[in-house]
Design a binder for this molecule. Structure first.
Ligand code: NIG
Ligand code: FE
Length: 408
């Protein structure tokens, strides 16, 4: 056998469901890499013979390998911060009140309109490094803090550039309909028209987005307006997804599921009819415990119903300055378990296999099996549950991206 790299002295949480064991685990495993892909994976005792003299051998020191983590929902390109609103909320103001009074998303929009591409790039790079240190190898980044054509394009360009200059793969999402810009507060339809007929064509022309998202909520866009935008995106060949049922149950998730959306995200207020609509489609349910925690939400997403109806659950950071200023994948694994009562295995699936599905890249990444991309992490842990159990001690020993060991 001629391979580029062989790993031994490891256990592997492959997350491959066809192995029919928890975490798709392979104890005392070995894995061989060739041309950026997994060429062989299995118990070390079955590892075929290979040329030990010419093949670099990596020893996992008895730790665990998992697929590289995937953060499938972030807003990580923004300028400024909203610590002042954090203070206001601690003095009693609600997230909705702050948004209605011109703060919230609009405050970040103003900062982003001012910022240069270079500034946004540097801020984004620092945040991407933070996620990468915790094992993230693929991230989704949304626009949505521009709300005018120029700034939306600027944010998406920065996201694309980050992907070119960083080992982490970046999937971009156009979220022009993230909030109603003050200029359009009395004419929302005109803004929807701008999103569909000016912004979207410009985004497509420069190939700046892989998907389109909308914030469907009382303080943002209605189900009907969201549907118009998502339909226009689909007609242009883009994937769609939706911020849905975060603060109330409007029925956006069911609408998005019928369109074949990749995911519906937040969904604290989703009811059983909505969950059933998801189960009839291939739409994933993206859970965002960072926003739940930071906004001190008390309505739990319908985890038991999602389990009952076998809807794939995704876990993501929603990293953003307003509702989840928490730039950490490992904290989300912990919060997925502590706040939403996911099992550690469900949490890890939510940041690997199911996250890949939500981004439409499940044929390449999200689990470790022959032919999959060699994106994986080596962790200094004795059992996979330790990834979500403990937080704050550095446990990520190595990251391998496309078969290359990343030094960070
Ligand atoms: O995903 N829900 C809408 N958008 C963000 C919040 C953005 C902000 O407050 O800046 C979210 O939680
Ligand atoms: Fe979000």
């Amino acid at each position: 056998m001629s391979w580029d790299q062989v790993w031994i002295d490891v256990n592997i949480a492959s997350m491959d469901p066809s192995l029919s064991v928890p975490y798709g685990e392979i104890l005392n495993a070995a894995m061989a890499i060739k041309e950026g892909k997994i060429a062989w994976i299995g118990p070390r005792s079955e590892l075929p013979e290979f040329d030990v003299m010419s093949t670099p051998l990596y020893r996992g020191k008895g730790g665990w390998i998992t697929p590289g983590l995937i953060d499938a929902h972030t807003h990580l390109i923004f300028a400024g911060n909203r610590a002042n609103e954090f203070e206001q909320r601690l003095q009693g103001a609600s997230y909705e009140e702050i948004a209605r009074n011109g703060g919230g998303i609009i405050a970040t929009v103003n900062a982003c309109r001012e910022a240069s591409e270079a500034e946004l790039f540097e801020l984004g790079r620092i945040r991407l490094n933070a996620l990468a240190k915790e094992g993230v190898t693929t991230v989704e980044i949304k626009s949505g803090y521009g709300l005018d054509t120029e700034t939306e394009l600027k944010i998406l360009r920065v996201a694309r550039e980050l992907g070119k200059h960083h080992h982490v793969d970046v999937k971009t999402t156009f979220l022009g309909a993230h909030a109603i810009p003050p200029e359009y507060k009395d004419n929302i339809e005109a803004y929807v028209d701008l999103v569909i007929n000016e912004m979207l064509p410009a985004v497509i022309k420069e190939n700046l987005a892989d998907a389109v998202d909308v914030f469907c909520e009382n303080i943002a866009f209605s189900v009907e307006q969201s549907k118009q935008i998502l339909t226009a995106a689909q007609n242009a060949g883009l994937d769609v997804k939706l911020h849905a049922e975060q603060l109330s149950n409007l029925g956006g998730a069911a609408m998005a599921a019928k369109l074949g959306a990749k995911s519906v995200d937040h969904i604290e207020y989703l009811d059983e009819a909505g969950v059933k609509a998801l189960s009839k489609s291939s739409t994933c349910a993206t859970l965002l415990p960072g926003a739940f925690y930071f906004l001190r939400e008390t309505q739990m997403p319908p985890i038991d119903l999602l389990r009952k109806h076998k809807v794939p659950m995704v876990l993501a950071s929603d990293y953003n300055p307003g509702s989840s200023p928490l730039c950490s994948s490992l904290l989300m694994l912990n919060m997925g378990c502590t706040l939403f009562r996911l099992t550690p295995e469900e949490a890890l699936a939510g940041m690997t296999r199911n996250a890949a599905k939500a981004l439409g890249i499940e044929d390449k990444v999200g689990m470790l099996a022959t032919g999959m991309q060699a994106d994986f992490c080596l962790w200094d842990i004795t059992t996979p549950a330790q990834l979500s159990y403990s937080y704050g001690v550095g446990v990520c020993l190595e990251v391998v991206k496309n078969g290359q060991v990343v030094h960070q």
